[in-house]
Write a protein that binds this ligand. Structure first.
Ligand SMILES: Nc1ncnc2c1ncn2[C@@H]1O[C@H](COP(=O)(O)OP(=O)(O)OP(=O)(O)O)[C@@H](O)[C@H]1O
Length: 273
């Protein structure tokens, strides 16, 4: 269980995250939505302690992670697989090496300087690449892959860390619909098959509706809605995106074609089954 209790992050006068409290049960796939600047990225960065809260507490399986330092903090970060919009791969290195870098997450800086990947590390990296259908590309330079393939490499890299939780910060924001679908499908399969909790920030509401068990909507740093996709009525959507959003804008958010409709319905049916 991930427990976020009254967490606040201020940047000067701005409360990027403002007294957010959430309880996330193991194995949930949670979509975090909201306007640009609502505090979605800051929330994820607080969870893996890339930044420190101004106040509040985060606990994982009953253990306070807000006060961790040194090796313990490094181990916590390693157990949070982080996936970013811009993939964060070393483009000139091959795909397999990029995935193996994920294995370094549990090591200190000095030991990673003298790194030697074992056969077990390589086997784990190949298995992770197989999960995202990229074994044939293992020896290709990462920079030569499509954006969607690179994001799937990033997912494989996160997987070899044996994460307890995956934090994905707008993983499909720069992808075309077909690649966005494959990336979201990969996250969903990992969530379902491995039982890994996934928190994913999304710009497109329909993608969150299709793939996530639970939707948390943020507005001005606060949680504005927290519930199942079916509870997210048009009136609530208007509340999340604000009165400034014209009706047309809201329709666009709800019906945006980031993921083709056929795939969306398939995902929903799988969930209902
Ligand atoms: N390092 C920082 N220094 C100052 N202000 C920041 C910093 N990081 C975030 N902010 C501010 O905090 C608020 C929330 O930002 P955040 O990036 O978390 O929002 P977001 O919902 O992820 O937005 P987007 O969808 O555009 O990525 C914004 O007002 C932003 O300008």
């Amino acid at each position: 269980m991930l427990e976020i209790d009254g967490i606040t992050k201020k940047f000067g006068d701005i409360s990027a995250v403002d007294e957010v409290s959430l309880e996330i049960t193991p194995g949930q796939m949670v979509g975090v939505i909201g306007r640009s600047g609502a505090g979605k990225s800051t929330l994820l960065r607080l969870i893996n302690r890339l930044i420190d809260p101004t106040q509040g507490r985060i606990a994982f399986c009953g253990r306070d992670i807000t006060g961790l330092g040194g090796r313990e903090l490094r181990l916590w970060r390693a157990s949070c697989g982080m996936i970013f919009q811009q993939f964060n791969l070393v483009e000139r290195m091959d795909v397999l090496t990029n995935v193996l870098i994920g294995r370094l997450a549990h090591q200190g800086f000095l030991s990673s300087m003298a790194v030697h990947f074992s056969e077990a590390d390589r086997a784990a990296a190949i298995r992770a690449l197989d999960r995202v259908d990229l074994v044939p590309q293992a020896l290709q330079r990462a920079g030569t892959l499509s954006g969607g393939q690179q994001q799937r490499v990033a997912i494989a890299k996160a997987l070899v860390q044996n994460p307890k939780i995956l934090l994905a910060d707008e993983p499909i924001a720069s992808l075309d619909p077909a690649n966005a679908t494959r990336v979201m499908d990969a996250l969903k399969v990992i969530n379902r098959e491995d039982g890994i909790t996934v928190l994913v920030n999304l710009h497109t509401l329909d993608t969150a509706r299709s793939y996530c068990d639970r939707i948390v909507a943020m507005r001005a740093g606060r949680v504005h809605f927290d519930g199942a996709a079916r509870e997210l009525t048009q009136a609530r959507v208007r509340g999340i995106y604000g009165e400034a959003g014209l009706e047309a804008d809201i329709d666009e958010l709800v019906t945006s074609t980031a993921i083709p409709a056929a795939r969306k319905h398939a995902a929903l049916e799988t969930e209902a089954a």
